[in-house]
Design a protein around this ligand. Structure first.
Ligand code: ADP
Ligand code: MG
Length: 399
């Protein structure tokens, strides 16, 4: 009895999985700054540092060693961090993988500096070495899109990039591109299981000027909103999202291929334990809520690390227990590549927070995501008809 041989045709391959979907964890040690002057040793010795880079991928605190994918320290530049985390992100995206970068760490450790850079470095006409990951990611993205279009000049290859920018503060979502839109709701598209924020502003971007304008506007709104509400921007989570769609058409056989991927660039709220002693009323509520989003992130990291290590599935993973984890659930153990930059201060006075950040980073390292290429191919109908005919013939011969 013969087996039906389907390999002779060209079976449509399933979505490409990523063999290595571990979370990339990079620790960045901020250079000692003025805030650390209290740490300056006696007799004019330099500031004492509580954390030391001991190898390309490890640090030591109090004789305790921690190993990650890479460590950036005081001499590492914004470009170094981009090469470590940003370059692979852009390539992943162009291949159709959803990709996220989270910056986690206590207030003042360099999350905002890492993700966007100083506002002054975002000006359109001067190219500052201090510009952060996000502007560099988009420079690279536009450069690569150009390259791809030149390389595949025989096909019609079109890209479409749509961005949004939001803040989660006190468990409320504000549109940073239109801050009058407050308390927006997270919805789920039942058909695609896609999570989105209702009525959030979406802007198409075609070049660096467009991206820079959105960043400057959004970051300024983040600051204004915090100041006017007498709120503290270190307690807000800030998410810049870009959905990239590409469509390539082969004019010769009429086949086409569409890919889509989502980039999330996330500047998290300060991870320091909230001091509740002086908190009252709104402040108390706020501190509690921030704890909800961040502690829920911590919970999920623990659960997902456990799942990855034990290989056992859990029926219920509590993504919906906070806005942050609901919105970014795909990045956490789901269909996305994830890089986590954990920023720490070298200050002696920050030692216990630095230790707590490194422990968080270590748990994050254990998580496995399940990233797949988001691709849809429309094969030439004639090729499919031919394949059906071949299979029918084969079936006929077997009878
Ligand atoms: P966070 O967002 O974690 O609260 P910031 O990014 O605002 O911290 O950093 C605090 C201060 O330290 C800022 O003035 C920032 O410019 C500076 N800073 C942080 N990281 C670096 C770095 N790697 N190199 C130079 N300055 C830095
Ligand atoms: Mg910040």
């Amino acid at each position: 009895k013969r087996k039906l041989d389907v390999s002779s045709g060209a079976p449509a391959p399933g979505p490409a999985h990523d063999a290595d979907s571990g979370v990339q964890v990079v620790v960045r040690i901020r250079p000692p700054g003025r805030v650390d002057e209290e740490d300056a040793g006696e007799d004019g010795r330099g500031p004492e540092t509580c954390v030391r880079k001991t190898a390309v991928n490890s640090v030591a605190v109090q004789g305790q060693d921690f190993t990650f994918d890479a460590v950036a320290d005081a001499v590492s530049t914004q470009e170094d961090v981009f090469n470590l985390v940003g370059l692979p992100l852009v390539e992943n995206c162009l291949s159709g993988f959803n990709s996220s970068i989270f910056a986690y760490g206590q207030t003042g450790s360099g999350k905002t500096y890492t993700m966007w850079g100083p506002l002054s470095a975002l000006s359109e006409d001067s190219v500052s070495n201090e510009r952060g990951l996000t502007p560099r990611v988009f420079e690279q993205l536009f450069a690569r899109i150009n390259e791809e279009q030149v390389k595949h000049a025989d096909k019609e290859l079109n890209y479409n990039c749509v961005c949004s920018f939001l803040e989660i503060y006190n468990e409320q979502i504000t549109d940073l591109l239109d801050p009058l839109q407050k308390n927006l709701q997270i919805r789920e598209d039942v058909r695609t299981a896609c999570v989105y924020v209702e009525s959030l502003t979406k802007e198409s971007v075609f070049n660096m000027k467009d991206v820079t304008q959105l960043l400057v506007k959004g970051l300024a709104n983040r600051r204004t909103a915090a100041t006017s509400a007498n709120a503290d921007s270190s307690r807000s989570h800030c998410v810049f999202t870009c959905v990239i769609k590409s469509e390539s058409k082969n004019p010769e056989d009429g086949s086409s291929c569409t890919r889509s991927s989502r980039i999330n660039l996330v500047d998290l709220a300060g991870s320091e334990r909230q001091k509740l002693t002086n908190a009252a009323g709104d402040r108390l509520k706020e501190a509690g809520n921030i704890n909800r989003s961040l502690s829920q992130l911590g919970n999920l990291i623990n659960i997902l690390a456990e799942i990855s290590q034990s290989g056992k599935q859990r029926h219920h993973v509590p993504y919906r227990d906070s806005k942050l984890t609901f919105l970014l659930q795909e990045s956490l153990g789901g269909n996305a590549k994830l890089a986590m930059i954990c920023t720490v201060s070298p200050s002696q006075s920050c030692k216990s927070e630095t230790l707590s950040t490194l422990r968080f980073a270590q748990r994050a390292k254990a998580i496995k995501n399940n990233a797949i290429v988001n691709e849809e191919k429309v094969e030439d109908v004639n090729a499919l008809r031919k394949q059906i005919r071949q299979l029918k013939d084969e079936l006929h011969r077997m009878k």
